[in-house]
Design a protein around this ligand. Structure first.
Ligand code: ZN
Length: 301
């Protein structure tokens, strides 16, 4: 088991040094508490982290390596890149979670279910509000860890992996041993991409907006195609959250099927063709009416 802790630490230091600047200290201590003392696990201090003690002989990656890697990411995100972990916790936990996911994917092909993590966020709040103002520890965690990480992944999706690596590297190296704020990070994003991110940051980061759409109505029609029966679905969707992302799946098509106009977001019917009748898989939070949907298979027609 010792080898696994060490291997996780080695890949973390090697890759994070490449991605976020070299690890400048000569030591790093990993304290592994016994499983019954795991209350002391999962903590980070400069040059010292605590991990979780294994509860079985062969714990999975998410139980063992993930914590080691997350805590070592904190050597950067709040350690060397010394943001204020109380006043802007997402720069600490959101960034460490992002780095952790990247490395877990690369080294252990261990991915977390992002749609489910998104669905956990039932109380979105500003990421720049002080940690003690979230009111409850789970609301703090939803925002600082999950929402913070998902926003970084969303930025990456918009700019591409290569540009995102440059953003993270520039931010980490320019603010090494300094005290950056969210505005400093925004400035780096804007400088690297050469455009304003004011509207995006105002909604998602300083504000409490999320991507939030609801599927109001679906009507499925059977149509003939040369490959046998196919299904066309006319879907009414409304926007409940931020004005990003812009809707891209629907194309303007001529149709006599009635549809509801969807305001500034989309004024044409959303018409999709699939080879299965069930076009949507839904993840629905039980805690409020927020819904998150993933498209199964579709062709825009
Ligand atoms: Zn953490």
């Amino acid at each position: 088991m010792k080898d696994r802790y060490f291997y996780a630490a080695k890949v973390a230091l090697a890759n994070f040094s490449k991605w976020y600047g070299s690890y400048p200290y000569s030591t790093l201590s990993i304290v592994v508490p016994p499983a019954e003392a795991n209350g002391a696990g999962g903590m980070e201090y400069p040059t010292l982290v605590t991990s979780f003690g294994a509860k079985s002989d062969s714990p999975d990656f998410n139980e063992l390596e993930r914590t080691v890697i997350h805590e070592i990411a904190h050597q950067y995100f709040y350690g060397m890149i010394a943001s204020n972990e109380f006043e802007e916790a997402w720069l600490d936990e959101g960034f460490a979670s992002y780095a952790e996911d990247k490395l877990m994917e690369q080294e252990f092909t261990a991915n977390l279910p992002l749609p489910i993590q998104a669905a956990i966020i039932t109380s979105p709040a500003s990421l720049t509000q002080s940690a003690w103002k979230y009111g409850a520890s789970d609301i703090y965690a939803q925002n600082a860890y999950y929402r913070g990480k998902l926003i970084l992944l969303d930025i990456e999706k918009q700019v591409g992996a290569k540009t995102m690596r440059r953003i993270m590297f520039n931010y980490s190296t320019e603010y090494r041993f300094k005290h950056p704020t969210t505005t400093d990070f925004q400035r780096i994003v804007e400088r690297v991409t050469g455009r304003s991110w004011k509207n995006y940051f105002n909604q998602y980061v300083y504000g409490d907006k999320m991507a939030d759409f609801s599927v109001d109505h679906i009507q499925v029609y059977t149509v003939d195609s040369k490959d046998g029966p196919a299904y066309e679905s006319v879907i009414d969707i409304s926007r409940k959250g931020a004005s990003y992302p812009r809707w891209q799946y629907c194309s303007r098509s001529k149709t006599d099927i009635p549809y509801r106009r969807l305001g500034m977001w989309i004024t044409t019917p959303c018409r999709l063709r699939s080879n299965t009748k069930s076009l949507w898989i839904g993840y629905k939070s039980t805690r409020n009416t927020r819904s998150f949907w993933r498209i199964n298979t579709l062709t825009i027609i």
